[in-house]
Write a protein that binds this ligand. Structure first.
Ligand SMILES: [Fe+2]
Length: 281
């Protein structure tokens, strides 16, 4: 929240690092918009996912999403999907949605010596589809901190709700707000409300910074793809592809505008070529 008007109890929660715990404190999670479960996964489990992921990158079975700064898609790979059956994950999510928990996606977010750039401040809600109260679990496959571009969060900002658009939140606003970059160890899980403002710095160390992200929601949300715990009551499923919802939207307009710019650039280039050949005659 605003630096000089940070609520007393919240300020105390942050200063005394009460957002770290061996079990999830849902009260603190609700208040701050994030919580860090220390050693949520055993080193043995983490090693398994870490090694498989790096091996798949090496064998070129996986690669970074082209237009995304940090994403590596791993959906469809059974090895990683097995995490939904993991008792450690079930144990972590049991306190959410009255024990009826599902997920709509999972992925890896990674920085390294090649892709080390910072990620601008944003909230995830504007990029998502479905209900509002959802969380990302960022499972640390490496030690993640400020030096290797670890996640930075702005406590309490989820309380502003959905901001009505997606994109970079202005630095003129974020500079007035309190932010922290928790020092996370392998196996720790950063639990973050999807509306919480967050960003990350450049990876100065250029060492691997890897999170296994699992997005959770009420199992009965329309777009639940994976059941974690509980039983889905509704059989009703999304009756259309979400990519086809809008015939006209900000995204479709941007795509059209980009195409127009490319065409205009080509025309200009041709005009310039013709003009140059006339001069050279
Ligand atoms: Fe994000």
């Amino acid at each position: 929240m605003i630096k000089n008007n940070f609520f007393k109890t919240t300020k105390n929660m942050v200063e005394t690092k009460r957002y770290f715990g061996k079990t999830i404190n849902h009260k603190i999670l609700d208040e701050l918009g994030f919580f860090i479960l220390t050693k949520g996964f055993s080193s043995k489990s983490i090693q398994k996912y870490h090694d498989k992921f790096l091996k798949s990158l090496e064998n070129k079975k996986l690669s970074k999403t082209k237009k995304h700064p940090v994403e590596v898609k791993i959906e469809g790979i059974r090895f990683f999907e097995k995490i939904y059956k993991d008792h450690q994950l079930k144990n972590i999510v049991k306190g959410f949605y009255k024990g009826q928990v599902g997920s709509d996606f999972f992925r890896i977010v990674k920085k390294d010596n090649k892709n080390s750039s910072a990620v601008f401040c944003h909230q995830d809600t504007g990029y998502q589809f479905g209900s509002y109260d959802r969380y990302s679990l960022f499972i640390c496959l490496t030690d993640n901190n400020n030096l290797n571009g670890g996640m930075i969060v702005y406590p309490l900002t989820h309380k502003f709700g959905y901001l009505g658009d997606a994109g970079e939140i202005s630095k003129n606003i974020t500079k007035k707000y309190f932010k922290i970059c928790p020092d996370l160890k392998v196996g720790d899980v950063l639990i973050m409300h999807s509306a919480l403002w967050h960003e990350s710095n450049k990876n100065i160390l250029k060492s691997n910074r890897i999170y296994f992200e699992i997005h959770i929601q009420d199992i009965n949300d329309i777009n639940t793809k994976y059941n974690i715990i509980g039983k889905r009551k509704k059989i009703f499923k999304l009756p259309f592809d979400k990519k086809n919802i809008f015939s006209n939207s900000r995204v479709t307009r941007i795509i059209k505008l980009k195409k127009r710019v490319i065409n205009l650039e080509k025309k200009l280039e041709n005009l310039y070529k013709n003009y140059s050949s006339l001069i050279n005659c």
